[in-house]
Design a protein around this ligand. Sequence first.
Ligand code: DLL
Length: 447
Amino acid sequence: MPAQKPENRVLDAEESFPRERMAALQLERLRKMIDYAKARTPFYEKALAGVSGGDLKSLDDIRRLPVTTKADLRDAYPLGFMAIPRHEIARIHGSSGTTGKMTFVPYSKNDLRNWTRLVARFLCAGGLGPGQLVQISFGYGLFTGGFGLHYGVEEMGSAVVPAASGNTERQLAIIRDLRPDGLVCTPSYALALGEAIRAHGVKPGDLSLKLGFFGGEPWTDEIRRRIEEDTGLFATDNYGLSEVIGPGASGECVERRGMHFSEDHFLVECLDPDTLSPVDEGGRGELVITTLTKEGMPVIRYRTRDIASLNRAPCPCGRTGVRMSRVTGRSDDMLVIRGVNVYPTQIEEALLRVREAAPHYLIEVTRPFAMDEVKVKVEVAPEMFSASMSDMVKLQERLAAAISSVTGIRMTVELVAPHTLERFQGKAKRVSDLRAAPAGKQAARPQ
Ligand code: DLL
């Protein structure tokens, strides 16, 4: 049953501001933000020495300011970027990141109000109206997903089932018995839930689910198609990161041609990660985000490490907010294989072109002789699992060819039995990096 496209509705006037009006608002807020951050945080007092907000004559002048990195935040651990007195903190979230120390993010009362509204904006954009019931299967905790979505759903006048993440059988019982209209989780968990729904023999037409709001990690259109096939819902993507707010930085409308940024709260640039100069209009680059209204922890030109492109063309939905493409990867996830840059999402895209492969895979990276070597473990789809050796060899060959056509590189493909790879309840971990394994675990370099 094809997912039904919801009606297009817009929550706030700012979402459809003419671009010039938005640019004027951004410049006014940016100037204030520079002075605010300088006056209240030692980091920006130093980094922005000699600059004041009034010096910026246009938004392009932001390029004269230095960038802020995750390492800068870590150096200021735990709350060195906080710009409000301790008694004004309304909440603290955090992100563990893939490596290293946690980052804590303090919010003021106003920040929480803005955040709630920003989440409601993308929920509305993706089809949620008042009076609906939404199951939130994100973790509730330091991670911004659970609480962020929770208050956004309530802001929309809808109700929440705070299912939190994990316990797939219980999630399915809630879906079956409470009949929610919407589902919120990571795309990889939606995939796992869809798979479990299918395994229970439930047809999408028997489910109540109509809308899915998925985010927190990269995914592809092919994964979206599979989730929709298994569940019958209409799935939209939304993006954000704790350092700038959490979910709610951008989200898809029902056209699903990119995620609209809320530009009244964020100024977004797309830069070449090596030179930090702007990429050509529509080109891929690293998103660099400046918060325009954040009080608790403002960031100026924060390097997200997320690679995507920006599109300023008008959208049929009427929103004018710049649209970002899907994130194709994080610049720190990039693998260099025999000199070629490859992102895990490219490998995913290739695998999912082959119907007999299940959308469950693990990329194992080793560095036996100074170059990255990649082995891709792929589950065979249960209905395709065959005892015939020659069919399996052919499938393996087709997968290797698909990967090679997308990435330009031959990789070793290993087929594994259905349901043998790990399923994820939060963000998926699809790359197993064994390059830093202790000496002796990997082959010695030949002389
Ligand atoms: O993941 C915030 C969030 C929660 C967004 C729920 C959407 C839904 P962090 O844990 O700080 O915050 O991780 C942020 O996750 O820099 C991206 O690399 C990745 N990410 C988030 N959303 C998407 C998305 C939350 N829609 C990091 N597509 C970001 C691709 C995403 N990557």
